[in-house]
Write a new protein. Structure first.
Length: 250
């Protein structure tokens, strides 16, 4: 260990000429007179004067103690005389801790408090948002597929509802109106909202003969007639699916 001996009689301090701010460095306290007994443990806890005491252990020959210290403040350092408990006192030790940080600059890692806080680093939201691109792309694809299939789902629902209630089981006005409404819902699901107003001309123009009969049979049933009869649901659904899709949704 490079350094100087500071002696005011036994025991002796062995320490470097200067301490480096923030570094762990070693000081030794030794009994120089071999005729005297070894030094007892000094009564120190977590500090050696203004220095932070990180560890303390006996010297290999048992004649003294080794202190591992850390300087957290620049400037002159005075380690006061230590009571060794046997009537002896270790002499004062004066050291110097040169300033290695510009005056007024932040001290990072020395001592805690506001001066120990690292500069604020904002969270990199722009880069982190790139991780959202794959799930967003997948969500967009699922949403697009779901929207593309919405027309098919609406048509299947309308076909199912129509088959359950056609032909009408009663010929009262409420039952006939309900059957007519379900049929118009099915036409609108297949061809668009304009199909709700189609009559014989539009049905014939689109090769929807069973639906022409459907409309005429409902009109006849409202006046108590049985001709033309109600068409079966299967020809109606088959004709609906086979016809080209024209018109648009309202």
């Amino acid at each position: 260990m490079s350094g100087a001996l500071f002696a005011w009689g036994a025991p002796l301090w062995k320490a470097p000429a200067r301490l480096t701010l923030g570094d762990l460095q070693v000081l030794e306290l030794r009994e120089a007179d071999p005729a005297l007994p070894a030094l007892p443990r000094p009564t120190v806890e977590d500090r050696l004067g203004p220095l932070r005491l990180r560890s303390m252990e006996p010297l290999p020959d048992g004649r003294g103690w080794r202190f591992q210290v850390q300087a957290l403040t620049p400037g002159p350092v005075l380690i006061p005389a230590l009571d060794l408990g046997n009537g002896q006192r270790a002499p004062e030790l004066r050291l110097d801790v040169p300033r290695t940080i510009p005056f007024g600059g932040p001290w990072m890692g020395f001592g805690g408090g506001n001066d120990d806080r690292l500069p604020f680093l904002p969270f990199p939201w722009a880069w982190a948002s790139l991780l959202l691109l794959p799930p967003l792309a997948l969500l967009g694809w699922i949403l697009r597929r779901w929207r593309q299939g919405s027309a098919g789902r609406r048509l299947r629902h309308a076909v199912h509802a129509f088959r359950r209630h056609w032909p009408p089981t009663t010929r009262d006005r409420a039952g006939l109106d309900a059957a007519h409404s379900l049929g118009r819902d099915l036409l609108a699901a297949r061809f668009g909202e304009t199909a709700r107003t189609w009559g014989p001309v539009e049905f014939q123009a689109r090769d929807l003969g069973p639906w022409d009969q459907w409309a005429r049979s409902l009109d006849a049933a409202r006046f108590g007639h049985t001709e033309p009869p109600f068409p079966a649901p299967e020809p109606l659904v088959t004709a609906l699916r086979a016809a080209p899709k024209t018109g648009g949704r309202a």
